[in-house]
Design a protein around this ligand. Sequence first.
Ligand SMILES: CC(C)(COP(=O)(O)OP(=O)(O)OC[C@H]1O[C@@H](n2cnc3c(N)ncnc32)[C@H](O)[C@@H]1OP(=O)(O)O)[C@@H](O)C(=O)NCCC(=O)NCCS
Length: 175
Amino acid sequence: MSVKDLKETMAEPVRLREATAEDMPAVSGLLKAFLPFVEEPGLHEMVTTEDLIRDGFGDRRYFTILLLELVKDGEAALAIGYTMYFYKYSYGGRSLYMEAIFVLPEHHRKGYGKVIMRHLAKLALENHCRSLTWQGVLDRPSANFYRSLGAKDRSDVSDFQLDVEGMMGLIEGAT
Ligand SMILES: CC(C)(COP(=O)(O)OP(=O)(O)OC[C@H]1O[C@@H](n2cnc3c(N)ncnc32)[C@H](O)[C@@H]1OP(=O)(O)O)[C@@H](O)C(=O)NCCC(=O)NCCS
């Protein structure tokens, strides 16, 4: 079975498909619903629908989004979640990096998050990746979800980040 056609029959059947530029207004709505779960320091403003179209569907594609849709009468009826991913590379070779995973709260604990993760694992293996990686905050409920998948956390590693001001300061020698 091709991973692109993955359909899962669960309590309510769902399917995953690659989002198109036309889906970006709906994706913007999902991103807004996702925001309260992240509380990312330094995140001042969210990307717009125009940013998503430019960066996801321009000459260089910075990400891929998969939409999780409920299927009713054989037709996709409603987007209830998404994941955003891209590929990264290191001395260890290829890795699929999951930037975000989100299922609407009213659909939590129905197995849909796991459907998305299984799909990403298949995609990673099909593309000869050595790992599927992502960031998570340890004291959030999502960490229990990640552990339920058998994922190991790297508590010895921390993220370092320069925001735009920080990068400018570095270039101009202010730091
Ligand atoms: C994290 C998230 C994607 C999980 O999706 P989900 O569809 O609810 O997860 P599943 O139903 O597939 O859960 C699979 C297993 O993970 C574990 N799990 C999932 N959510 C959990 C929670 N809140 N607390 C404890 N364990 C949890 C359970 O073992 C669960 O199996 P069970 O329900 O049979 O006990 C979803 O909760 C979500 O979108 N949260 C908000 C956004 C977010 O925090 N994203 C991650 C930050 S990037």
